[in-house]
Write a protein that binds this ligand. Structure first.
Ligand SMILES: *[C@@H]1O[C@H](CO)[C@@H](O)[C@H](O)[C@H]1NC(C)=O
Ligand SMILES: *[C@@H]1O[C@H](CO)[C@@H](O)[C@H](O)[C@H]1NC(C)=O
Ligand SMILES: *[C@@H]1O[C@H](CO)[C@@H](O)[C@H](O)[C@H]1NC(C)=O
Ligand SMILES: *[C@@H]1O[C@H](CO)[C@@H](O)[C@H](O)[C@H]1NC(C)=O
Ligand SMILES: *[C@@H]1O[C@H](CO)[C@@H](O)[C@H](O)[C@H]1NC(C)=O
Ligand SMILES: *[C@@H]1O[C@H](CO)[C@@H](O)[C@H](O)[C@H]1NC(C)=O
Length: 219
C-alpha cells in the first residue's frame, strides 16, 4: 500500500529526527552547549551573559545568532567583554556554527579539540586571550575556514600541517604565541591566503618554497 502524502512527510520527519538524535545534532544540543559555555565562564564583569536565561529563547541571547529557518546557532560573537573562564568542549556540538568570535577577553586553558567537528566553521577568531596548549590539529576538517586568528595568546607546540590545498583560507594570524617548529609546508599550498601573520614569519624554520603567491607576511 502506498503511503499517503501526510504519512510520507511524517516518515521523513521521523528519519530526520532520528539522524539528528544519533549525531547529537539538534537545537536542544545547541541550547545545552550554550549553557555549558556559560557554566565555564567564571567572571562576567559586564553582565554580558545575564540575557542567557530561560526567559528568552537562546537565539536571542546576547552574542548568539541563529539561522533563520533551522534555529541553530550560526554565530557566537562575544568580543571585548572581559570574560574570564575556559572554553567548553560542548562548543563542538553546535554543528551549524560558522563564526566563533571571542576577541579580547580573558579566556584561558586549551582550545578544545572538539571544535574540530565544526565542519561549517568559517571564522575562528580568538585573539587577545590567555589560551595555552596546542593549536587543535584539525585544519582539514574545516573546509570552509576563511579566517583563523589566534594572535596574542600563549599557545605552544607546532602549527598544524594538514591545511588542504582546496582550502578557502585567506587569513592565518598566529603572532605573539610560543609556537615552535617552523612554517608547515602545507601552508604554502593555500592559494587563497592573503595574510599570514606569524611573529617574525620564521619560527626558526625555513619558509617553504611554495610561498610565492603569498601577498603579505607580517610580523
Ligand atoms: C533574563 O534576561 C532578561 C533579558 O535580558 C533580563 O531582563 C532578565 O533580568 C534576566 N533574568 C535574570 C534572572 O538574570
Ligand atoms: C556534546 O559534547 C559533549 C562534550 O564534548 C559530550 O559529552 C556530549 O555528550 C555531547 N552531546 C550532546 C548531545 O550534548
Ligand atoms: C564573524 O562575526 C564577527 C562578529 O559578529 C563579524 O564581525 C564578522 O564579520 C563575521 N565574519 C563572517 C565571515 O561572517
Ligand atoms: C578531527 O576531525 C575529525 C573529523 O571531523 C574528528 O573525527 C576528530 O575527532 C578530530 N580530531 C581532533 C583531535 O579534534
Ligand atoms: C605563557 O607561557 C609561558 C611559558 O610557556 C609562561 O611562563 C607564562 O607565564 C605564560 N603566560 C600566561 C599569561 O599564561
Ligand atoms: C600541495 O598540493 C599538491 C597538489 O594538491 C600536493 O600534491 C602536495 O602534496 C601539497 N603539498 C603539501 C606540502 O601539502
Amino acid at each position: 500500500m502506498l503511503l499517503s502524502k501526510l504519512e510520507s512527510v511524517l516518515v521523513v520527519a521521523l528519519v530526520i529526527h532520528i539522524i539528528g538524535a544519533v549525531y547529537g545534532s539538534s537545537a536542544e544540543s545547541d541550547h545545552l552547549a550554550l549553557l555549558e559555555f556559560k557554566s565555564k565562564i567564571t567572571l562576567d564583569p559586564q553582565g554580558a551573559l545575564t540575557s542567557w536565561n530561560d526567559s528568552l529563547p537562546f537565539c536571542q541571547w546576547r552574542g548568539v545568532t541563529c539561522g533563520r529557518r533551522h534555529r541553530r546557532v550560526t554565530v557566537l560573537d562575544l568580543q571585548d567583554l572581559g570574560l574570564v573562564g575556559s572554553l567548553s568542549p560542548y562548543l563542538g556540538n553546535m554543528s551549524f556554527l560558522g563564526n566563533i568570535t571571542l576577541d579580547n577577553n580573558n579566556l584561558h586553558g586549551s582550545i578544545p579539540h572538539e571544535i574540530g567537528q565544526l565542519h561549517r566553521l568559517q571564522v575562528l577568531s580568538l585573539p587577545k586571550n590567555l589560551f595555552t596548549g596546542e593549536i587543535p590539529a584539525n585544519m582539514s576538517s574545516w573546509p570552509k575556514l576563511s579566517l583563523f586568528n589566534l594572535k596574542d595568546n600563549n599557545l605552544s607546540g607546532k602549527i598544524p600541517n594538514d591545511f588542504s590545498s582546496k582550502s578557502l583560507i585567506t587569513v592565518i594570524a598566529l603572532s605573539n604565541n610560543d609556537l615552535t617548529g617552523g612554517i608547515p609546508p602545507s601552508i604554502g599550498n593555500l592559494t587563497s591566503l592573503e595574510i599570514l601573520a606569524l611573529q617574525g614569519c620564521q619560527l626558526g624554520g625555513i619558509i617553504p618554497s611554495s610561498f610565492n603567491q603569498l601577498k603579505t607576511c607580517e610580523k
